[in-house]
Design a protein around this ligand. Structure first.
Ligand code: ATP
Ligand code: MG
Length: 279
């Protein structure tokens, strides 16, 4: 257990490339329809180190509306959340200027193009990068096989199950080799067994791509199973209350998550979560 590392607010502009993502005293406000100001997040400070050959798996856990998606969207540089209203959001030591191919996003709801086939969706990011048709289809097919969707490459999204759609989203994101993978409740709409399958697949792919992952979930078991560290956020306006380090996932999700040891760990994190969020 440790407190979140507090960034040095007095540090000069720019940061160390040692940190893949760094938040320094970040605040984000929105203007509501009636003109009032809503503070989504405030005083958010954390640093995630760029571990060579092994990214970290960071999970954001917090009550609904506390600003988890806002944090992810600030890292992604996505409008209208980007830019921050105060503080600094640094990626690789540089302030985020907007979206970039170094960051890929997977959403809970289906985030591929309905009029494109699986193959076209997975190849889409490569096309944006100017990769020629033959090579991008070959690379896309490799990812389609990695997520076990071979045979479905010419199907359209509406012809796929929810789990298959999230496999497409994973393949589409990983095909462009982002250094940072941002996942906003990616498995929230899936049943328990499909969710376990997706968790196993994600861990397997994550070991291969060596990227840093930020994942939002409301499922504490999922947070404990997938995360290296869990940031527990307060209720709105969100700030990081506590950092919990958890053991790296080992064994299959369906087996590990049924063990007593795992249940104890989940209870421990649940208690911390509940006590912090009640504060
Ligand atoms: N584009 C926006 N315009 C206005 N307000 C926004 C916008 N995006 C987020 N907010 C507000 O900021 C706060 C944080 O929202 P955010 O979506 O980050 O929460 P969250 O923790 O992801 O919630 P959930 O768990 O329900 O997805 C909320 O009060 C929300 O209404
Ligand atoms: Mg959200």
């Amino acid at each position: 257990m440790a407190s979140p590392e507090s960034a040095d607010a007095a540090a000069p502009e720019g940061g160390s490339p040692r940190y893949v993502v760094e938040f320094r005293n970040v605040r984000k406000t929105f203007v509501a329809a009636d003109g009032s100001e809503c503070v989504a997040i405030d005083k958010v400070n954390f640093r995630v180190e760029d571990l060579p050959g092994k990214g970290e798996f960071v999970v954001l856990l917090g009550p609904s509306g506390c600003g988890k998606s806002t944090i992810l969207n600030l890292i992604a540089g996505l409008h209208p959340v980007h830019p921050a209203s105060g503080g600094e959001v640094l990626v690789g030591g540089r302030p985020v200027a907007g979206p970039g191919p170094d960051r890929g996003m997977v959403f809970q709801t289906y985030s591929s193009y309905p009029c494109y086939t699986v193959l076209e969706n997975v190849a889409f990011g490569l096309a944006l990068q100017g990769v020629d048709k033959e090579e991008r289809e070959e690379r896309a097919m490799r990812w389609i096989r990695r997520v076990h969707l071979e045979g479905s490459e010419f199907k359209y999204p509406h012809q796929l199950s929810g789990g298959m759609r999230q496999r497409v989203a994973l393949a589409r994101t990983l095909a462009v080799h982002p250094r940072i993978i941002l996942m906003d409740e990616p498995f929230g709409a899936l049943d328990r067994v499909t969710r376990w399958e997706m968790q196993d697949l994600l861990i397997e792919l994550w070991h291969d791509v060596e990227a840093t992952v930020f994942l939002i979930t409301h499922d504490i078991a999922e947070a404990v199973y997938l995360g290296d560290r869990i940031y527990i956020l307060s209720a709105s306006p969100g700030t990081i209350l506590e950092e919990v380090k958890v053991p790296v996932a080992s064994g299959q999700a369906a087996v590990t998550q049924r063990t007593t040891e795992f249940a104890e760990l989940v209870n421990e994190v649940s208690r911390k979560f509940e006590s912090q969020v009640q504060l």
